[in-house]
Every structure is written in C-alpha cells, then in structure tokens.
Design a protein around this ligand. Structure first.
Ligand code: WT7
Length: 674
C-alpha cells in the first residue's frame, strides 16, 4: 500500500471550504512549530501552558526532569489523580449534569429499528457509580494503592467504571483485550502480579454471544500451574447465558459485589505523584514476552488533554466517538481518559460495525449527531466495500473532524471517506502514535485555529513540542522523500515511563539503536519518509512486528505459539499484504518427525493459534507446511526471504543463507498453495 503514496505532488493538497480563510502558509506553520522545539525552555513553556489549564492537587515545581535519561519525569512534584481529573473536578466546576458517556449495546430491535439498549451517564452518574465500585474494592477485597488489577472486559460501561474506580484508589489496571486467548490473559495477569480479575460472563459480537468466563477459568488454571494465585474474579452479567461455571468463594457477580454498598459511598481520590503509575498495558515486540508499557499520571493527562484540544479541536458540546476497543491503547487514551479529562461526551459502541447491517456506524453517527470521529483504516477499507447507498441514506453532516489511527491510511481510503463521509469539508488526518507514546504525536491541528493543507495518506506534522526525525542506518538524517527509520528526539509528556519491572529492556528496545553522544533518541520501530514540506509519512514496521488490522503482533510471538503445539518443530512467521487488514500472518511451519501433513492438521494448528494468541492472528492466517525454513549459518530465520517469496519480490542478498534448498522449497510450496 505504501507504494502508491505520492508525497511530492502538490495537486493532491486539499483544503476543506469551511477552513479556507484559516490555512497556514506552510512556512508560517513551520516557524510556529520550530519555536516550540527550539530549546528546553521553549519546550517546557509549551507544555506548561497546557498543564496550567488542568487543576492540580499540588502544582509541579519542574516541568521536565531529564537528569537521568532515558527515564524522563514530567511535572515533577505535581500531585493529581486521573479519576479526579476525569470526574470530581467537573463536578466541582459545575458540570455534573453534562453528558459524559453514551453507551450503545450491539443487539438490535428490527421492529422499531433501534438498538435494544442505550445507557447514558452524566459526569455525576460516572462519579457516583465509580465511587461505589471503588468503595467495594477497598472494603471487601482490600484493594490498596499500588495494586494492579487485570481487566478482561468487553465494551460495556462497567469497563470505564472499573478503570476510574481503581484510579480513585491509587490502584492500577492492566487491561487485556477481550479477544485475546486464555494463554495471553494468563501470561499478562502473572506478569502484572494481579490477584483480582474483572470480567464478564460473555460478550455480544455480530449477533452472537461469545463466552468469556470459561476463558478466564482456563487462564486461572494456567496461572495456578505456574504457582500464581488469582484470588477473586468479579464478573459483570452482560448476557442471559445459563450454566456459567462457578467457583465458590473465588467468583462473584459484579451486581452482588456492590449490592450492599450504599449508592452514596465515597472514596476521596488518592493524591498521587505526577510520575506515579496509572496503568500498564501489554504490547507486542520482537521477542515472545509481551512488554508492559507503564504509564504516568500527570504527564499522561497533559498529553491527552493537549491532543484532544489540538487534534480533535474538542468542545464540551461535541459528541465525540472513537470507534476502537478500550482493550487497546487507543481506547484507554481516547475513549476513556482523554475525552473525560476535557469534559466532552464520549460515545462507546459495543459491537461490530456491520451488525445488523453495513450501515450500523453511519446510523450511530446520524442518531447522536457525532461531531468528531476516530477510527482505523482497516474499518474504513471494510466499510467502503459496501454499496454507497448505505452511507447516503444517513445524515452525516454533523461530522467536522475525522481522524484515523493504527496503520498507514492508503490515499484511496482517505479520499473515499473525505468525500463520502466528510462531504469534502472536514479536517482529516492519520494520527501516528503507539502504545508506548501514550498520546497522539502527529496529525493536523485544527485546535490551533488554523490548519495546514491536507494531503491524502500523510501523517501530517509532528505535534508542536515534539521533534521527529527520519534517519538512515548510521543515524544521519535522510533527505526529504527518502525512506528511513522513524525516531523521536525529545521527550513528550504522555510517554511511557519504562517497561514494567524491566528498565533494561526499556533501554535496549527503544533507546539503544539511535542514541549516541549523550543524545537520546527514541526508536519507534517504524519506517517513515519526511517530505519537502516537513509532513511525515509512516510506512509500516521496520522490525519483526506485524500490523494486523491495526493490531501489533510480534512474529516471534506467533512462532513461539506455534511451536507449543506437539506436532510443530519450527515456524517462521511473516506478514502478507491484505486488502482490508493491511497485513495478515503467513506461517511457514515445519512438522516434527512422525507427523503427516494434512488439511486436518493445518486446521488443528489454526485452532491452536486461535487458542494461544487469539482470533486477531488466527482468522486470516495462512499456515503452510514445509520441510525446512531458510536460516543463516548462525541459525537465524531469514524472514526477509520468506517475505520476498510470498510477495513475489526479488530475493536480494542470499549469501548468508545456510541451505539454498530451503528457499526453493518455500517457493515451491507457495506456488502449490496458490
Ligand atoms: C504501531 C503502534 C496507538 C494506536 C494504535 C496502535 C502503527 C499507528 C499509525 C498511523 C501509520 C501507524 C505503527 C506503530 N501505526 N498509527 N497513523 N500511520 N502507522 O498502537 O499497537 O502500539 O502499534 O502502529 O507501525 O509503530 P500499537
């Protein structure tokens, strides 16, 4: 997809008519931007300005402490709490009746052509409910400041309520996406040292009920085998499914859990240091073990607040919809914490975009009058396949801002939504960021009151205050238009603080490749291009990480899952381009002696992938059985060659290859598969 990008051609610039009198000359914008990153003083001034718009229990005495890089500390000495910023302060400031959260369930009533369930919460509602949960957690289970709870919850209001409840207590959460497998859940719950898991009986997806409790039970068994005890499972009742497995004393329904707690129960939000931890979120890397990105409180809040204002130009009167899952960082930052900090109304939709028909999303936008919309390129590519009538029958005129995230947006998909959803009069851009950055770091900034011209497919400019470079292998800046490694050369407030309990890995993975001469540079793992105007174009991962429908999956993770199966001797995973999902997994698999290749076995292996990693990887994965995989003489799998085989590209340098017949075989097997 990257190939069709056209970063040079001016004729592709777009300006929405309603912004026509508010367009920067690019030089003028550049000057504004450069000023914010000129030196440390300006940088601190820029961020302090935003931090000053938020209330603090105690104000910071230092904006940025960079005395121990790459361990940066933001708003040092400041005291705050995310629950306080999201709820209490709005109530103190007289906004208790403002609508905070609209939740729409998936089930649909065809008779009245409306969703069966809608729940609306004012800021006061969220405040009261999360207080009650916090009280129950503290009094009944003894949850204390610093403890990490694992959440394995679908897109229901109890998820943000529990998030806000633990923030009040100064406890932390580790959320595991509800599409992950028992194995992945167990791995993460153990790594976080959780003794409590909060989950639901099941979830709705595409009209079906998908059980969750059984997966949790299986995960707990895995934990117990490894000597880790999960003491309590709190379960929200989402569906009416019967015969839910139950372990007395350990399992409790959420509604029973809070039943005898007064609705007026209150817990004062704990005054936490700005640099304390708010949560960890596990993400994939190039080795098997997931990395726990550890986020801060004060800096994180400032990063979110600033980007909500600048990139989404958010107003309290807006209906704001980020159509992601809270299980990913996008949902943490931009369904829950970001919008609530700004006091807007955040919309949360439970189910699939195409249930009960391909226009469910357009229907939602119309019914609530969504003003600001945030979604992924994969979703757009999927929805643009359906006849345009599904779009046309809905009034989408309320939308003024529409951004995407998760993977590169191909210009075709951009043009499609710019024209058909945005009626060529919206601000739209692809906002680049990652789990580790906590906040968006590139895009367009209508919140500044002026925009620079839009270009289909670009990631726009780095956020003011954020310095980004595209470097070659030796760490020298690439020329405009040249592809290189994407790095960030100064710290930013929303950044993760470290990898949970693994400072060394934090340094090794992110800060080793390009830091030198006492200059610290954060390596993103992406390839990018900077064009002649300074716009960025992120092209995709430069390392052994796949991006499947905007979800990061390490090839090593897939491979180690595969070899857990008794029939598998070895596996090599590469990404195969996919029209809708961007990329899907392609796994060259070598069987152990004595196992006979068959379609049945391939089916079993796919099932195994589903159970060990989850459906994200398994659904469109290809498993190809081969006798060997190509390796270097030192025994490293040459994924680059396998990728060339399945994408029909030239093999390139094969001198380090140990046994050439491996590649011949891969080619033959792939031909046969086609
Ligand atoms: C990786 C991070 C934080 C959003 C969800 C993904 C890719 C993310 C873009 C974009 C091109 C993007 C990068 C990045 N990515 N946004 N707008 N354009 N690529 O978070 O799972 O931490 O993955 O997603 O490759 O490194 P994540």
């Amino acid at each position: 997809m990257a190939e069709e990008r056209i970063y040079e051609e001016f004729e592709h610039y777009l300006t929405p008519p309603s912004w026509k009198d508010r367009v920067w000359e690019i030089e003028e914008y550049k000057a504004f931007y450069e000023e914010t990153i000129k030196d440390k003083e300006n940088l601190e001034k820029w961020w302090a300005k935003w931090a000053n718009e938020l209330p603090w229990f105690k104000k910071w005495n230092k904006v940025l402490d960079d005395s121990n890089p790459p361990f940066y500390r933001w708003f040092v000495g400041g005291e705050t709490n995310l629950a306080y910023l999201c709820l209490d302060r709005h109530i103190e400031e007289g906004r208790k009746n403002q609508l905070a959260l609209i939740w729409e369930g998936e089930p649909w009533d065809e008779m009245i052509r409306r969703p069966k369930e809608i729940r609306k919460f004012t800021y006061y509602d969220l405040y009261r409910r999360s207080n009650r949960i916090a009280y129950a957690l503290k009094e009944k289970l003894g949850v204390k400041r610093g403890e990490i709870l694992t959440f394995y919850l679908p897109m229901i209001p109890e998820l943000p309520l529990y998030m806000l409840a633990v923030q009040r207590l100064g406890a932390k959460h580790s959320i595991v996406y509800s599409g992950f497998s028992a194995f992945a859940l167990a791995q993460r719950a153990m790594a976080a040292g959780s003794r409590i898991i909060v989950t639901a009986d099941a979830l709705y997806r595409n009209g079906k009920i998908i059980p969750l409790k059984e997966i949790v039970d299986e995960a707990i068994e895995i934990c117990e085998e490894k000597g880790h005890k999960i003491e309590h499972v709190i379960m929200v009742k989402r569906t009416n499914r019967a015969a839910i497995p139950w372990i007395k004393k350990r399992d409790i329904w959420h509604h029973e859990f809070i039943r005898y707690i007064s609705e007026n129960a209150r817990i004062e939000p704990v005054k936490l240091g700005s640099e304390d931890m708010s949560y960890i979120l596990y993400t994939s890397g190039t080795t098997g073990a997931p990395k726990g990105a550890q986020h801060s409180i004060g800096g994180y809040a400032v990063g979110l607040y600033t980007t909500m204002k600048l990139i989404f130009d958010i107003k309290e009167t807006d209906i704001y919809w980020c159509a992601a899952d809270i299980g990913w960082v996008t949902g943490h930052s931009y369904i829950v914490y970001g919008p609530l900090i700004t006091g807007t109304t955040t919309l949360m939709y439970e189910g699939a975009p195409t249930y009960p028909g391909p226009d469910r999303w357009w229907n939602i936008i119309e019914r609530y009058g969504v003003n600001v919309f945030y979604t992924s390129p994969t979703a757009i590519r999927m929805l643009m396949k359906f006849p345009l009538d599904y779009v046309k029958k809905h009034d989408l005129s309320t939308i003024r801002i529409f951004h995407s995230v998760g993977e590169p947006i191909n210009p075709e998909a951009f043009r499609w939504y710019y024209k058909n959803i945005g009626k060529e009069n919206i601000v739209a851009s692809s906002t680049w960021w990652m789990t580790e950055t906590g906040q968006m770091l590139t895009g367009h900034f209508p919140g500044l009151g002026k925009i620079f011209p839009l270009k289909p497919g670009t990631n726009g400019y780095p956020l003011p205050g954020v310095k980004m470079e595209v470097l070659d292998e030796d760490g020298n800046p690439c020329k405009p238009g040249e592809r290189g490694y994407f790095v960030i050369t100064n710290p930013w407030p929303g950044m993760f603080m470290t990898l949970y309990q693994d400072d060394q890995r934090y340094i090794d993975v992110y800060w080793s490749k390009f830091s030198k001469d006492n200059k610290w540079r954060f390596y993103t793992g992406d390839f990018a291009v900077k064009d002649q105007d300074g716009y960025l174009w992120v092209l995709g991962r430069a390392d052994d990480v796949l991006n499947i429908a905007g979800h990061r999956v390490g090839t090593a993770e897939v491979e180690s899952a595969m070899v857990m199966h008794p029939a598998v001797a070895e596996a090599a995973c590469v990404g195969k381009p996919h029209e809708i999902k961007g990329e899907v997994a392609f796994v060259f698999t070598v069987l152990k002696q004595g196992f006979v290749p068959s379609d049945e076995l391939v089916g079993e292996l796919r099932n195994h992938l589903r159970k060990t990693i989850g459906p994200i990887v398994a659904s469109d994965a290809t498993i190809l059985l081969v006798d060997m995989v190509p390796k270097t003489r030192s025994g490293k799998i040459m994924r680059r060659l396998l990728k060339a085989v399945i994408t029909g590209q030239k093999l390139g340098d094969v001198t380090t290859l140990e046994d050439e017949s491996a590649i011949k075989e891969a080619e033959k097997a792939y031909e046969y598969l086609k």
